[in-house]
Design a protein around this ligand. Structure first.
Ligand SMILES: [Zn+2]
Length: 187
């Protein structure tokens, strides 16, 4: 895939997420965490490739551009050499639900996850990550909760899994850090 403008912003944000251990590699050596940025005012977006969580810095070949998707068919069309993150449809559901969102971060934090459970809009425990059901759950939360203003959701069926969104990656990272501070005032 050709280099794209948002790659520098993406790498800068990943750097902070890695430092905070909000993304990285788990005890089994599996990378976790993914982020995306909307492609201008389009429905398409750039997202980090599958299993890139442990890489210190990404090149264009580690990312894909999601061009089209269909929740019902669990289908997406993308451009790029990497495998799109398995949570691409989750990101798509957020962009589709909130036109003011231009960045999404999916990260893991078991402490914050335990604190936020059912205290922020939370997807049903029976819904697994990376499924069409997750995309529908996100849509449901936007309609039935204060998620639009809260800007952070919790995945009850995906331990440690949190997604935040905002008008850019920096703001979105700040949403996560603010929640973290509020959930552990002694640190
Ligand atoms: Zn995850």
């Amino acid at each position: 895939m050709a280099p794209f403008d948002a790659l520098a912003e993406l790498n800068a944000c990943r750097q902070k997420l890695l430092e905070q251990r909000l993304m990285g590699v788990d005890a089994n050596g599996v990378g976790f965490g993914n982020l995306s940025v909307r492609d201008g005012s389009m429905r398409s977006f750039y997202i980090t490739g599958s299993a890139t969580g442990g890489l210190p810095e990404l090149t264009p070949t580690d990312c894909v551009r999601v061009m089209a998707y269909d929740f019902a068919r669990n289908w997406l069309r993308y451009e790029g050499a990497a495998m799109p993150s398995s949570e691409s449809l989750t990101h798509a559901a957020i962009y589709e639900s909130d036109s003011s969102t231009s960045a999404v971060i999916h990260c893991h934090d078991s402490g914050l996850w335990a604190t936020l459970l059912d205290r922020t809009p939370t997807t049903s425990k029976s819904v697994a990550y990376g499924t069409p059901e997750m995309a529908y759950e996100i849509t449901r939360l936007f309609k039935g909760t204060d998620l639009r203003s809260r800007k952070i959701l919790e995945m009850a069926g995906h331990e440690g899994g949190i997604a935040a969104f905002g008008k850019n990656l920096e703001d979105t990272f700040d949403v996560v850090m603010r929640e973290r501070r509020e959930s552990s005032p002694c640190i």
